[in-house]
Design a protein around this ligand. Structure first.
Ligand code: FAD
Length: 395
C-alpha cells in the first residue's frame, strides 16, 4: 500500500484543510479540557455540526441518499487527520452520526430514516447510547432492562449506566430484554428512545477529571412507540453488532485525540528535563505511534477492498489506549513538579487516558479477541449461550 496521498486524495485533503481553515474556530471543543455538559458547549457543538452539514462535511461515509457523501474509509481518515490538525477533538454527535445513524440506515424503516437522520445530520438532535448496565458491560448480552409490549407501545423498566451525554441527549439507542425465556443473545430488542419521555431519570456521574460526562439512566414505566423499534422483535443483537462495529471504528481514531508532534514540541520546550531515559521512552513511543499508523493503513486498505477488519481493530484499540496513557505520562514528566500545581492539557489527558482502556471494550476483552483470532488460542467457554436468560445465575 502506498502511504502517500494519491492526486485525488491530496485534492480532497486540500479541500478539507481549506474548509477547516475558514470554519474550525466555530464550536471548538477540546478533547480533554472542557466539561462537555455545559449548555454553552452543547450549543457550540450544535452550531459546528450545522456548519458541517451546510458545507457537506457532516457524514462523509453515509450514503448520498441519506445526506452523506458516500465516501470511503480513506477519505474519512484524511478528514479525521485534518480535524485533528485543526484542533477539533471530540464531537457530541459521535453516537448519532457514528453509531445510531449507520444502524438506522442498515436496519431501520424508511419512516425512521426520514424522521431521525436529517436532525442528526443538521445538528438539531444529539444521541446517546443506552447499552451498558450495572450487571452488563463486557458481557452486554446479560442486560436485564425489560421491555413489555402493550398494544402499539412498549413499557420499559430498568437501569442503564455509563451513558455518555445522557443529560443533554435528545434521543438514545436502547437495548432491552423482550424475551427472558430465550437465550441471552436472542431475547433482546433495539429501540430509539425519546429522552424526554415520562419515567426517565438521568443522574450525572462526576469523574476524577471533574467533568460529568457520564450518566446513570433510570427507566420506570417508560413508553416507547412500536414504530421506534429497530429491526424485528428479539433480533436486537444483530442491530447492536452494527452499532458496536461502528463504535470501534469511531473510538479507534487516534488522529483527533493525540499528536506526537505536540508531544515533541512539548519536549523541545522542556529540553532541560530531557535526560537519556526520557529520550529513550519518547523514541519508543514514536515507534508505537508509527506501528499504529501502519496497522491503521492496513485496516483502511482492508475496508477499502470491502472486507471487514476483525482482530486488527482490537489490537489498534489496545495500542491507542497504551499510547494515550504513555504520552500523558511523558507529558507530565516533562513538566516536572509544575504538573502538580495547575491544570492543563497534559494533566487532562492523564486523567482521561484510563477511560480509553475501558470504553468500547476493555483491554482484557480486546486481548481475548486477539488471543483467539490472531494467536488461535482456544475460545472462551460459552456455556450460557443456549440457556434461557431467566435460568442464568445472576448476582
Ligand atoms: C469513556 C467511556 C464512555 C462510555 N460510554 C458509554 C455509553 O455512552 N453508553 C454505554 O452503554 N456504555 C458506555 N460505556 C461503558 C463501557 O461500554 C463499559 O464500561 C465497558 O463495556 C466495560 O463494562 P463494565 O464497566 O461493566 O466492566 P466489566 O465488564 O464489569 O469488567 C470489569 C473488569 O473485568 C474484566 N473482564 C470482564 N469480562 C472479562 C473476560 N471475559 N475476560 C477477561 N477479563 C474480563 C474487564 O476487562 C474489567 O477489567 C463507556 C465507558 C467509558 C469508559
Amino acid at each position: 500500500m502506498d502511504l502517500n496521498d494519491s492526486p485525488a486524495e491530496a485534492a480532497f485533503r486540500a479541500e478539507a484543510r481549506a474548509f477547516l481553515a475558514q470554519h474550525a474556530h466555530e464550536g471548538r471543543l477540546d478533547y480533554y479540557e472542557q466539561d462537555t455538559s455545559t449548555p454553552e458547549l452543547v450549543a457550540a457543538a450544535k452550531r459546528w455540526q450545522r456548519a458541517l452539514y451546510e458545507s457537506g462535511w457532516a457524514a462523509l461515509h453515509w450514503p448520498q441518499r441519506y445526506g452523506g457523501r458516500g465516501l470511503g474509509p480513506l477519505e474519512l481518515k484524511i478528514w479525521n487527520q485534518e480535524l485533528g490538525r485543526a484542533g477539533k477533538g471530540a464531537s457530541l454527535f459521535v453516537v448519532g452520526i457514528g453509531m445510531a445513524g449507520p444502524t438506522i440506515i442498515a436496519h431501520g424503516s424508511e419512516a425512521q430514516k426520514a424522521r431521525f437522520l436529517p436532525p442528526m445530520l443538521q445538528g438539531d438532535e444529539i444521541w446517546c447510547q443506552l447499552f451498558s448496565e450495572p450487571g452488563a458491560g463486557s458481557d452486554l448480552a446479560s442486560l436485564a432492562t425489560r421491555a413489555v409490549q402493550d398494544g402499539e407501545q412498549w413499557v420499559v423498566n430498568g437501569q442503564k449506566v455509563w451513558c455518555s451525554g445522557g443529560h443533554y441527549a435528545n434521543f438514545g439507542i436502547l437495548l432491552a430484554r423482550t424475551d427472558p425465556k430465550a437465550p441471552k443473545h436472542k431475547g433482546i430488542t433495539y429501540f430509539l428512545l425519546d429522552m424526554r419521555s415520562p419515567g426517565i431519570e438521568v443522574r450525572p456521574l462526576r469523574q476524577m477529571d471533574g467533568n460529568a460526562h457520564f450518566t446513570e439512566v433510570f427507566l420506570s414505566d417508560v413508553r416507547i412507540p412500536d414504530a421506534h423499534r429497530v429491526g424485528p422483535v428479539n433480533h436486537g443483537w444483530s442491530c447492536a453488532m452494527t452499532t458496536l462495529a461502528h463504535e470501534r471504528m469511531a473510538i479507534g481514531d487516534i488522529d483527533r485525540m493525540f499528536s506526537f508532534d505536540d508531544l515533541a514540541a512539548h519536549a523541545r520546550a522542556h529540553r532541560d528535563r530531557l535526560d537519556p531515559v526520557l529520550r529513550d521512552e519518547l523514541a519508543r513511543l514514536y515507534t508505537w505511534v508509527r506501528s499504529l499508523e501502519l496497522l491503521n493503513a492496513r485496516v483502511i486498505s482492508k475496508l477499502a477492498r470491502g472486507s471487514v477488519p476483525a482482530a486488527e481493530s482490537s489490537v489498534m484499540k489496545l495500542a491507542i489506549a497504551r499510547i494515550l496513557s504513555k504520552s500523558a505520562e511523558l507529558g507530565l514528566r516533562l513538566l516536572g513538579p509544575e504538573a502538580l500545581l495547575r491544570k492543563g492539557p497534559w494533566q487532562n489527558q492523564w486523567l482521561f487516558a484510563p477511560s480509553m482502556h475501558i470504553a468500547g471494550g476493555t483491554d482484557e476483552i480486546q486481548k481475548n479477541i486477539a488471543a483467539e483470532r490472531v494467536l488461535g488460542l482456544p475460545r472462551e467457554p460459552l456455556d450460557s449461550r443456549d440457556v434461557p436468560f431467566e435460568d442464568l445465575p445472576r448476582s
